[in-house]
Design a protein around this ligand. Structure first.
Ligand code: KG4
Ligand code: ZN
Length: 341
Protein backbone atom coordinates (compact mmCIF):
# COMPACT_ATOMS: atom_id res chain seq x y z
CA UNK A 1 0.00 0.00 0.00
CA UNK A 2 1.34 3.42 -0.98
CA UNK A 3 0.51 5.91 1.76
CA UNK A 4 0.91 9.69 1.58
CA UNK A 5 1.61 11.16 5.04
CA UNK A 6 0.88 14.78 5.99
CA UNK A 7 2.26 16.48 9.12
CA UNK A 8 1.37 20.04 10.23
CA UNK A 9 0.93 19.82 14.01
CA UNK A 10 3.43 22.54 14.89
CA UNK A 11 6.12 24.35 12.89
CA UNK A 12 7.18 21.69 10.40
CA UNK A 13 5.30 21.32 7.12
CA UNK A 14 6.00 17.76 6.02
CA UNK A 15 4.84 15.15 3.52
CA UNK A 16 6.12 11.64 2.81
CA UNK A 17 5.34 8.50 0.87
CA UNK A 18 5.76 5.17 2.69
CA UNK A 19 5.07 1.65 1.39
CA UNK A 20 3.39 -0.89 3.71
CA UNK A 21 4.14 1.07 6.86
CA UNK A 22 7.93 0.80 6.67
CA UNK A 23 9.65 1.47 3.35
CA UNK A 24 10.21 5.20 2.94
CA UNK A 25 10.12 6.44 -0.66
CA UNK A 26 10.30 10.15 0.27
CA UNK A 27 10.35 12.24 3.44
CA UNK A 28 10.12 16.00 2.78
CA UNK A 29 10.32 18.41 5.74
CA UNK A 30 10.24 22.20 5.61
CA UNK A 31 11.04 23.66 8.98
CA UNK A 32 10.00 27.14 10.04
CA UNK A 33 12.47 27.18 12.91
CA UNK A 34 14.57 30.01 11.39
CA UNK A 35 11.52 32.22 11.52
CA UNK A 36 10.42 31.11 15.00
CA UNK A 37 13.97 31.59 16.30
CA UNK A 38 13.30 35.35 16.24
CA UNK A 39 10.47 34.85 18.73
CA UNK A 40 12.28 32.26 20.88
CA UNK A 41 9.52 29.73 20.15
CA UNK A 42 6.64 28.86 17.87
CA UNK A 43 4.38 31.74 16.85
CA UNK A 44 1.05 29.97 16.04
CA UNK A 45 -0.56 32.50 13.68
CA UNK A 46 2.50 32.76 11.48
CA UNK A 47 2.90 28.99 11.61
CA UNK A 48 -0.59 28.53 10.11
CA UNK A 49 0.15 30.96 7.28
CA UNK A 50 3.35 29.15 6.41
CA UNK A 51 1.58 25.78 6.33
CA UNK A 52 -0.95 27.19 3.83
CA UNK A 53 1.87 28.36 1.57
CA UNK A 54 4.11 25.31 1.90
CA UNK A 55 1.83 22.29 2.13
CA UNK A 56 0.89 21.73 -1.52
CA UNK A 57 4.47 22.25 -2.83
CA UNK A 58 5.77 19.92 -0.10
CA UNK A 59 3.21 17.22 -1.09
CA UNK A 60 4.13 17.63 -4.77
CA UNK A 61 7.80 17.24 -3.87
CA UNK A 62 7.09 14.11 -1.80
CA UNK A 63 5.27 12.52 -4.75
CA UNK A 64 7.94 13.50 -7.26
CA UNK A 65 10.81 12.25 -5.06
CA UNK A 66 8.93 8.95 -4.72
CA UNK A 67 8.47 8.94 -8.53
CA UNK A 68 4.75 8.43 -8.07
CA UNK A 69 1.62 10.07 -9.38
CA UNK A 70 -1.36 10.51 -7.10
CA UNK A 71 -3.19 7.78 -9.06
CA UNK A 72 -0.77 5.24 -7.54
CA UNK A 73 -1.56 6.21 -3.94
CA UNK A 74 -3.82 3.99 -1.82
CA UNK A 75 -4.31 6.06 1.34
CA UNK A 76 -3.74 9.52 2.84
CA UNK A 77 -2.68 9.62 6.49
CA UNK A 78 -2.66 12.89 8.42
CA UNK A 79 -1.73 13.96 11.95
CA UNK A 80 -5.09 14.84 13.58
CA UNK A 81 -3.44 16.05 16.85
CA UNK A 82 -2.20 16.85 19.40
CA UNK A 83 -0.88 20.22 18.31
CA UNK A 84 -1.84 23.79 17.52
CA UNK A 85 -5.43 24.22 16.29
CA UNK A 86 -4.65 26.42 13.26
CA UNK A 87 -1.88 24.22 11.85
CA UNK A 88 -3.91 21.05 12.54
CA UNK A 89 -6.93 22.41 10.65
CA UNK A 90 -4.80 23.12 7.60
CA UNK A 91 -3.28 19.63 7.45
CA UNK A 92 -6.55 17.81 8.13
CA UNK A 93 -8.58 19.87 5.65
CA UNK A 94 -5.91 19.41 2.98
CA UNK A 95 -6.01 15.64 3.57
CA UNK A 96 -9.82 15.60 3.30
CA UNK A 97 -9.81 17.73 0.14
CA UNK A 98 -7.18 15.57 -1.57
CA UNK A 99 -8.96 12.37 -0.51
CA UNK A 100 -12.18 13.69 -2.06
CA UNK A 101 -10.49 14.93 -5.24
CA UNK A 102 -8.40 11.80 -5.76
CA UNK A 103 -11.02 9.28 -4.61
CA UNK A 104 -8.87 7.92 -1.76
CA UNK A 105 -9.58 6.94 1.84
CA UNK A 106 -7.94 9.07 4.52
CA UNK A 107 -7.10 8.39 8.15
CA UNK A 108 -6.17 10.66 11.07
CA UNK A 109 -3.43 9.52 13.47
CA UNK A 110 -2.03 10.68 16.79
CA UNK A 111 1.22 12.62 16.21
CA UNK A 112 2.72 11.49 19.53
CA UNK A 113 1.92 7.83 18.91
CA UNK A 114 3.60 8.30 15.52
CA UNK A 115 6.80 9.40 17.31
CA UNK A 116 6.85 5.97 18.97
CA UNK A 117 6.04 4.27 15.68
CA UNK A 118 9.14 5.99 14.20
CA UNK A 119 11.28 3.76 16.44
CA UNK A 120 9.30 0.68 15.35
CA UNK A 121 9.99 1.58 11.71
CA UNK A 122 13.72 1.07 12.30
CA UNK A 123 13.41 -2.71 12.82
CA UNK A 124 11.91 -5.66 10.98
CA UNK A 125 10.72 -7.68 13.97
CA UNK A 126 8.90 -6.05 16.88
CA UNK A 127 9.37 -7.21 20.45
CA UNK A 128 6.44 -6.87 22.89
CA UNK A 129 5.72 -6.18 25.68
CA UNK A 130 8.03 -3.21 25.39
CA UNK A 131 8.67 0.06 27.12
CA UNK A 132 7.81 2.99 24.85
CA UNK A 133 9.32 6.38 25.67
CA UNK A 134 8.32 9.63 23.97
CA UNK A 135 10.66 12.60 24.51
CA UNK A 136 9.55 15.63 22.54
CA UNK A 137 8.98 19.36 22.78
CA UNK A 138 5.39 18.91 23.94
CA UNK A 139 5.36 15.45 25.54
CA UNK A 140 7.38 13.29 27.89
CA UNK A 141 5.99 9.93 28.93
CA UNK A 142 6.51 6.21 29.22
CA UNK A 143 4.01 3.57 28.15
CA UNK A 144 3.86 -0.18 28.37
CA UNK A 145 3.41 -1.25 24.73
CA UNK A 146 1.48 -4.47 24.15
CA UNK A 147 1.13 -3.91 20.39
CA UNK A 148 0.76 -0.98 17.99
CA UNK A 149 -2.26 0.91 19.35
CA UNK A 150 -2.40 -0.82 22.75
CA UNK A 151 -0.59 1.22 25.41
CA UNK A 152 -0.76 1.70 29.17
CA UNK A 153 0.55 5.00 30.49
CA UNK A 154 3.06 4.39 33.29
CA UNK A 155 4.74 7.76 33.74
CA UNK A 156 4.55 11.30 32.44
CA UNK A 157 5.73 14.79 33.35
CA UNK A 158 3.84 16.81 35.92
CA UNK A 159 5.17 20.11 34.47
CA UNK A 160 7.56 20.79 31.55
CA UNK A 161 8.19 18.37 28.70
CA UNK A 162 11.87 17.47 28.36
CA UNK A 163 12.29 19.27 25.00
CA UNK A 164 10.57 22.33 26.44
CA UNK A 165 13.05 22.33 29.36
CA UNK A 166 15.94 22.17 26.85
CA UNK A 167 14.45 25.06 24.85
CA UNK A 168 14.00 27.21 27.97
CA UNK A 169 17.46 26.48 29.38
CA UNK A 170 18.94 27.26 25.95
CA UNK A 171 17.15 30.61 26.10
CA UNK A 172 18.65 31.38 29.55
CA UNK A 173 22.08 30.57 28.11
CA UNK A 174 21.52 32.91 25.16
CA UNK A 175 21.35 30.04 22.65
CA UNK A 176 18.92 29.81 19.73
CA UNK A 177 15.67 27.88 19.16
CA UNK A 178 15.29 24.90 19.08
CA UNK A 179 17.46 24.63 22.16
CA UNK A 180 18.20 20.89 22.30
CA UNK A 181 20.83 20.70 19.55
CA UNK A 182 22.42 23.99 20.74
CA UNK A 183 22.77 22.65 24.29
CA UNK A 184 24.15 19.33 23.05
CA UNK A 185 26.83 21.10 21.07
CA UNK A 186 27.79 23.62 23.82
CA UNK A 187 27.84 20.77 26.38
CA UNK A 188 30.67 19.11 24.43
CA UNK A 189 33.00 21.85 25.73
CA UNK A 190 31.78 21.49 29.34
CA UNK A 191 32.14 19.18 32.33
CA UNK A 192 28.87 17.43 33.23
CA UNK A 193 29.98 16.94 36.85
CA UNK A 194 30.68 20.65 37.51
CA UNK A 195 27.18 21.48 38.79
CA UNK A 196 25.22 19.20 41.08
CA UNK A 197 21.77 19.79 39.57
CA UNK A 198 18.83 17.55 40.50
CA UNK A 199 15.80 16.50 38.47
CA UNK A 200 12.45 16.52 40.30
CA UNK A 201 10.97 13.42 41.94
CA UNK A 202 7.19 13.18 42.22
CA UNK A 203 5.90 12.04 45.61
CA UNK A 204 4.30 8.59 45.45
CA UNK A 205 4.93 8.37 41.68
CA UNK A 206 8.50 7.17 41.14
CA UNK A 207 8.07 6.86 37.36
CA UNK A 208 6.80 10.41 36.85
CA UNK A 209 8.98 13.32 35.73
CA UNK A 210 9.35 16.94 36.85
CA UNK A 211 11.79 19.32 35.16
CA UNK A 212 10.57 22.71 36.32
CA UNK A 213 12.67 22.82 39.53
CA UNK A 214 15.77 21.81 37.56
CA UNK A 215 15.04 24.57 35.05
CA UNK A 216 14.71 27.20 37.81
CA UNK A 217 17.93 25.97 39.40
CA UNK A 218 19.70 26.51 36.05
CA UNK A 219 18.08 29.96 35.72
CA UNK A 220 19.50 31.09 39.10
CA UNK A 221 22.89 29.60 38.27
CA UNK A 222 23.06 31.48 34.96
CA UNK A 223 21.52 34.79 36.06
CA UNK A 224 22.17 34.89 39.81
CA UNK A 225 19.91 34.00 42.75
CA UNK A 226 16.33 35.37 42.56
CA UNK A 227 16.91 36.92 39.15
CA UNK A 228 14.47 36.47 36.28
CA UNK A 229 14.57 35.41 32.64
CA UNK A 230 15.27 38.97 31.46
CA UNK A 231 18.36 39.44 33.66
CA UNK A 232 21.81 39.32 32.10
CA UNK A 233 23.92 36.20 32.53
CA UNK A 234 26.66 36.31 35.15
CA UNK A 235 28.59 33.45 33.54
CA UNK A 236 31.33 33.45 30.90
CA UNK A 237 31.34 31.10 27.91
CA UNK A 238 33.24 28.23 29.51
CA UNK A 239 31.08 28.32 32.64
CA UNK A 240 27.94 28.27 30.44
CA UNK A 241 29.30 25.14 28.77
CA UNK A 242 29.62 23.47 32.19
CA UNK A 243 26.01 24.45 32.97
CA UNK A 244 24.80 23.05 29.62
CA UNK A 245 26.68 19.78 30.17
CA UNK A 246 25.51 19.41 33.78
CA UNK A 247 21.88 20.19 32.94
CA UNK A 248 21.86 17.78 29.99
CA UNK A 249 23.47 15.00 32.03
CA UNK A 250 21.08 15.45 34.97
CA UNK A 251 17.95 15.47 32.78
CA UNK A 252 19.05 12.47 30.71
CA UNK A 253 20.17 10.36 33.68
CA UNK A 254 16.80 10.98 35.35
CA UNK A 255 15.03 9.71 32.22
CA UNK A 256 17.36 6.71 31.92
CA UNK A 257 17.05 5.66 35.57
CA UNK A 258 13.24 5.88 35.50
CA UNK A 259 13.14 4.02 32.17
CA UNK A 260 15.25 1.16 33.50
CA UNK A 261 13.11 0.94 36.61
CA UNK A 262 9.95 0.79 34.46
CA UNK A 263 11.55 -1.77 32.12
CA UNK A 264 12.26 -4.15 34.99
CA UNK A 265 9.05 -3.48 36.97
CA UNK A 266 6.81 -4.28 34.00
CA UNK A 267 8.74 -7.25 32.59
CA UNK A 268 9.50 -5.51 29.28
CA UNK A 269 11.57 -7.21 26.60
CA UNK A 270 12.71 -4.14 24.63
CA UNK A 271 12.73 -0.34 24.69
CA UNK A 272 11.55 1.95 21.86
CA UNK A 273 12.38 5.67 22.12
CA UNK A 274 10.90 8.42 19.91
CA UNK A 275 10.39 12.18 19.71
CA UNK A 276 12.68 15.10 18.88
CA UNK A 277 14.91 14.64 21.93
CA UNK A 278 15.70 11.07 20.81
CA UNK A 279 17.77 12.78 18.12
CA UNK A 280 20.41 13.50 20.78
CA UNK A 281 23.52 11.38 20.26
CA UNK A 282 24.48 12.11 23.87
CA UNK A 283 21.22 10.53 25.09
CA UNK A 284 21.74 7.51 22.83
CA UNK A 285 25.30 6.99 24.14
CA UNK A 286 24.30 7.36 27.81
CA UNK A 287 21.39 4.94 27.35
CA UNK A 288 23.62 2.38 25.67
CA UNK A 289 26.09 2.57 28.53
CA UNK A 290 23.46 2.21 31.26
CA UNK A 291 21.10 -0.28 29.58
CA UNK A 292 23.83 -2.73 28.60
CA UNK A 293 22.01 -5.89 27.48
CA UNK A 294 18.61 -4.39 26.78
CA UNK A 295 17.44 -4.29 23.15
CA UNK A 296 16.84 -0.58 22.58
CA UNK A 297 15.57 0.90 19.31
CA UNK A 298 15.77 4.48 18.04
CA UNK A 299 14.29 6.20 14.99
CA UNK A 300 16.51 6.16 11.90
CA UNK A 301 18.05 9.50 10.81
CA UNK A 302 15.33 11.97 9.80
CA UNK A 303 12.65 10.23 11.86
CA UNK A 304 13.26 11.60 15.40
CA UNK A 305 12.12 15.15 14.76
CA UNK A 306 8.67 15.95 13.39
CA UNK A 307 8.21 14.26 10.00
CA UNK A 308 5.45 12.79 7.84
CA UNK A 309 7.01 9.36 7.24
CA UNK A 310 6.03 8.31 10.77
CA UNK A 311 2.49 9.61 10.08
CA UNK A 312 2.22 7.59 6.85
CA UNK A 313 3.67 4.50 8.58
CA UNK A 314 1.28 4.60 11.53
CA UNK A 315 -1.67 5.44 9.23
CA UNK A 316 -1.04 2.19 7.34
CA UNK A 317 -1.15 0.16 10.59
CA UNK A 318 -4.32 1.91 11.79
CA UNK A 319 -6.04 1.48 8.43
CA UNK A 320 -5.34 -2.26 8.41
CA UNK A 321 -6.55 -2.63 11.98
CA UNK A 322 -9.72 -0.58 11.51
CA UNK A 323 -10.44 -2.08 8.08
CA UNK A 324 -11.03 1.39 6.62
CA UNK A 325 -10.41 5.11 6.86
CA UNK A 326 -12.00 7.94 8.85
CA UNK A 327 -15.24 9.78 8.02
CA UNK A 328 -15.08 13.35 6.63
CA UNK A 329 -16.57 14.50 9.95
CA UNK A 330 -13.20 13.87 11.68
CA UNK A 331 -12.09 16.99 13.60
CA UNK A 332 -8.62 18.01 14.78
CA UNK A 333 -7.82 17.48 18.46
CA UNK A 334 -5.38 19.75 20.27
CA UNK A 335 -5.02 17.09 22.99
CA UNK A 336 -5.30 13.29 22.72
CA UNK A 337 -4.43 10.92 25.59
CA UNK A 338 -1.99 8.26 24.33
CA UNK A 339 -3.92 5.29 25.74
CA UNK A 340 -7.00 6.22 23.69
CA UNK A 341 -5.05 6.44 20.41
O1 KG4 B 1 9.26 15.85 18.50
P1 KG4 B 1 9.64 17.22 18.13
O2 KG4 B 1 10.30 17.44 16.79
O3 KG4 B 1 8.43 18.19 18.20
C1 KG4 B 1 7.38 17.99 19.09
O4 KG4 B 1 6.47 17.17 18.79
O5 KG4 B 1 7.45 18.64 20.17
O6 KG4 B 1 10.61 17.72 19.29
C2 KG4 B 1 11.22 18.97 19.29
C3 KG4 B 1 12.04 19.08 20.56
C4 KG4 B 1 12.54 20.51 20.79
O7 KG4 B 1 12.19 20.88 22.12
C5 KG4 B 1 14.06 20.37 20.66
O8 KG4 B 1 14.81 21.25 21.48
C6 KG4 B 1 14.28 18.92 21.08
O9 KG4 B 1 13.20 18.23 20.49
N1 KG4 B 1 15.55 18.39 20.57
C7 KG4 B 1 16.59 18.04 21.37
C8 KG4 B 1 17.66 17.68 20.52
N2 KG4 B 1 17.23 17.79 19.22
C9 KG4 B 1 15.94 18.24 19.28
N3 KG4 B 1 16.70 18.03 22.72
C10 KG4 B 1 17.89 17.64 23.24
N4 KG4 B 1 18.96 17.31 22.48
C11 KG4 B 1 18.90 17.29 21.13
N5 KG4 B 1 19.96 16.96 20.40
ZN1 ZN C 1 6.54 15.96 17.49
Amino acid sequence: MYVLGIETTCDETAAAVVVDGKKILSNVITSQSDFHQKFGGVFPEQSSRQHVELLIPVIEQALSQASLSHQQLNLISVAKGPGLMGPLLIGLNAAKALALAWGLPFIGVNHVEAHLYAALMSTEEWIFPALGIVLSGGHTFMVLMHSVGHYELIGTTVDDAIGEAFDKVAHFLGLGYPGGPAIESLAKQGDSARYDFKAGQVKGKPLYFSFSGLKTNVLYTVKGQNQNKASASILDHSEKAHVAASFQYTAFMDIIHKSLQAYHNFGCKAIYVGGGVSNSQTLRQLFKKEAKNIPIFWPDPGLSLDNAAMIAGLGYQKYLKAGGGDPFSLQPMTRIPIHSS
